[in-house]
Design a protein around this ligand. Structure first.
Ligand code: AP5
Ligand code: ZN
Length: 214
């Protein structure tokens, strides 16, 4: 099964990705997590993208497409995968088509911009695993620490309000057109698209996502 999770920054892609991954046994491919790991490791890629990411800009299509092609060639992707945060532009989606990568299902998680800023200001993450929490809506068992490892949780560099607003504007401009792109492909029968209302508890959204994938 090959699935794309589409949605604005803070819509809950990473949160729901963990559930889909567990239930369907497919790896989560989060380009954001991969880039953050590169930044942390100060690899050549990380050094290139650090400033773009912390200012809320988009990394170039060429770099992203190369990163993803490399990742999906790995053995654990043979029976499927879940894209989280990719594709994010029409050229990225076209690159998948050109590479012959067929997608079964596109799930769009829909959340209004006003809700996003509040979600992202309370977000805390476990850097090593990508697990996501919220101080109010999805708190860890012990404040400030990851449930599974006990490691300290951190705030992302791009979660300040001014940066969040820039990311939202870029989402509407560059990523939202993908809804139309995949709707046109659905009309030819090559993919299934579902739009999920993304406001509600984490468990409610999970149930909606699982229903769509059933
Ligand atoms: P990326 O990491 O992909 O960030 P994003 O798309 O902006 O999405 P987020 O991770 O911010 O949100 P999410 O939808 O995963 O929400 P989450 O589940 O965490 O990308 C980061 C950067 O990398 C980009 O800005 C760009 O620079 C670069 N990049 C990455 N991919 C790229 C690409 N393909 N092309 C170019 N550049 C790329 O939830 C958010 C918060 O809400 C959490 O605190 C969570 O606990 C809480 N929450 C979740 N669900 C609920 C709920 N139902 N109710 C209340 N709170 C909830
Ligand atoms: Zn995410």
């Amino acid at each position: 099964m090959r699935v794309i999770l589409l949605g604005a920054p803070g819509a809950g892609k990473g949160t729901q990705a963990k559930f889909i991954m567990e239930k369907f046994g497919i790896p989560q491919i989060s380009t954001g997590d991969m880039l953050r790991a590169a930044v942390k490791a100060e690899s050549p890629l990380g050094l290139k993208v650090k400033d773009i990411m912390s200012s809320g800009g988009l990394v170039s299509d060429d770099l992203i497409i190369a990163l993803v092609k490399d990742r999906i060639a790995q053995a654990d992707c043979a029976s499927g995968f879940l894209f989280d945060g990719f594709p994010r532009t029409i050229p990225q989606a076209e690159a998948l088509v050109e590479a012959g990568v067929e997608i079964d299902h596109v799930i769009e998680i829909d959340v209004a911009d006003e809700v996003i800023v509040e979600r992202l200001s309370g977000r805390r993450v476990h850097e090593a695993s990508g697990r996501v929490y919220h101080t109010v809506y999805n708190p860890p068992k012990v404040a400030g620490t990851d449930d599974e490892t006990g490691d300290e949780l951190v705030q992302r560099a791009d979660d300040q309000e001014v940066t969040v607003r820039k990311r939202l504007a870029l989402y509407h401009e560059q990523t939202e057109p993908l809804v139309g792109f995949y709707a046109a492909r659905q009309a030819t029968g090559s993919v299934k698209c579902s739009k999920i209302a993304g406001v509600g508890t984490v468990d409610e959204i999970r149930a909606r996502v699982f229903d769509a994938l059933a």
